[in-house]
Design a binder for this molecule. Structure first.
Ligand code: PLP
Length: 401
């Protein structure tokens, strides 16, 4: 029956009108949906929740929210301040620093890219290696800013699991399960932040083989690796051309303020990263370069200064955890951080009370996507550390009453 003819009920006329409009309506919806999706893609992730928390809320008198060793004071560095200069020549790298980093790792200086800390190293490395929409496979749990950078770059972020039951190790079978033909990059921290688990060379080699089989690369953030004080592993950069490594003098040497970081990458990638850095920091702080070169001359002295503090704190924490039924943690052999599970309750609430009532801080596990955990940092000051643990114990005692 033709619509709009006399004798047709108003209800049917209305239904028929809607039905006529449907294709146009659907098309409009599709356009709207497409525009929304495009907008979502264009909306860039431009912050780090963890960094904001760390800069504004991590401070306490008993600060166990650290990840590196105590600051190394300038007065203990054998350097004559008259030899420093404010301005100087800088092309793509400061040759004495580039050589020092290369010698430290036993690599060719052409493979060294200087950067502002491991933070900028990770950013430059990822930005040079991936395009928007590329799949990037990142460990879980992960250091938040690595995820933030991948999202900022519009990567399609996928995860592979490291679990407490296995001591947080990297399991190459799990990586094999998680890769797809679209995976362009696999990201690992070694030592692992937050757990400090070490990934040995044979496992890294397996990861390299997997990456090579799909034409992907492996980014290994080694900023904590030199906290392995005996039989320190060589950088994974030596394991094959698919490895790209980032590091700095921040965590193990106590000179974070110099922002001396670097990337190790094969020369073609290294050039992409240097060129990209022209868009960011262009040239570095010149006196920082000179001081960094001075630090490299005395690297072992800085490392050994921190070592007894790290070792004493690690022993304290291990004994403490043995006596605390409310807490549990896998215990790796090395490292300046431990990822501890609060068996009962919410770590956020506990840490808030710990800070406000006991002036003691640790990092909430939610920043590593595990809200029943907290990260405890070691290696700054053993007296402070011991009192921090004592206060954690008091806070736990009070919460169970
Ligand atoms: C795994 C990891 N990478 C990079 C960084 C940043 O290091 P940097 O201070 O050298 O920028 C951190 C700091 O906590 C970290 O834990």
């Amino acid at each position: 029956m033709p619509v709009g003819q006399p004798g047709v009920s108003p209800g049917f006329r209305c239904f028929a009108r809607q039905a006529r409009c449907l294709p146009r309506h659907t098309a409009k919806m599709a356009v709207l949906l497409r525009a929304t999706l495009l907008l979502l893609m264009l909306m860039t992730h431009k912050h780090s929740d963890y960094m904001r928390w760390s800069k504004t809320q991590s401070r306490a008198r008993f600060n166990l929210a650290t990840s590196g060793v105590a600051p190394f004071p300038l007065r203990e560095l054998p350097v004559q301040l008259e030899t420093l200069e404010i301005n100087g020549d800088y092309g793509y790298g400061h040759p004495p620093l580039q050589k020092a980093i290369a010698a430290h790792h036993g690599v060719d200086p052409d493979c060294v890219v200087e950067s502002a800390g491991t933070s900028m190293a990770n950013h430059l490395a990822m930005a040079a290696m991936i395009e928007p929409g590329d799949e990037v496979l990142i460990e879980h749990p992960a250091y938040g800013p690595i995820l933030d950078v991948a999202r900022y770059l519009h990567a399609d972020v996928k995860r592979f699991l490291r679990t407490r039951e296995t001591g947080w190790v990297v399991d190459s079978a799990e990586i094999l399960r998680a890769i797809t033909p679209k995976t362009r990059l696999i990201v690992i921290t070694n030592l692992h932040n937050p757990t400090s688990a070490l990934t040995p060379d044979p496992v890294l080699r397996e990861v390299g083989d997997i990456a090579r089989s799909i034409g992907a690369l492996v980014l290994v953030d080694e900023v904590y690796l030199d906290a392995v004080y005996q039989r320190t592993p060589r950088t994974s950069f030596h394991l094959g051309p698919e490895f790209v490594v980032t590091s700095s003098l921040t965590k193990v040497y106590g000179v974070s303020g110099l922002r001396c970081g670097w990337i190790l990458a094969r020369p073609d990638l290294a050039w992409k990263m240097r060129s990209l850095n022209d868009l960011y920091s262009a040239t570095p702080v010149y006196p920082g370069l000179l001081l960094s070169v001075a630090v490299f001359k005395h690297l072992n002295r800085l490392r050994e200064k921190a070592r007894p503090i790290v070792e004493a704190d690690r022993k304290l924490l291990r004994d403490f955890l043995r006596q605390q039924p409310a807490l549990s943690a896998a215990w790796p052999d090395w490292g300046t951080t431990s990822f501890v599970q609060l068996r009962d309750g919410n770590a956020d609430d506990f840490l808030e009370r710990l800070r406000t009532e006991f002036d003691t801080s640790a990092v909430p596990g939610r920043f590593f996507e595990m809200s029943d955990h907290l990260r405890i940092g070691m290696g700054v000051n053993t007296e402070m550390f011991a009192e921090g643990l004592n206060r954690i114990s008091q806070a736990l005692g009070r919460s169970t009453k």
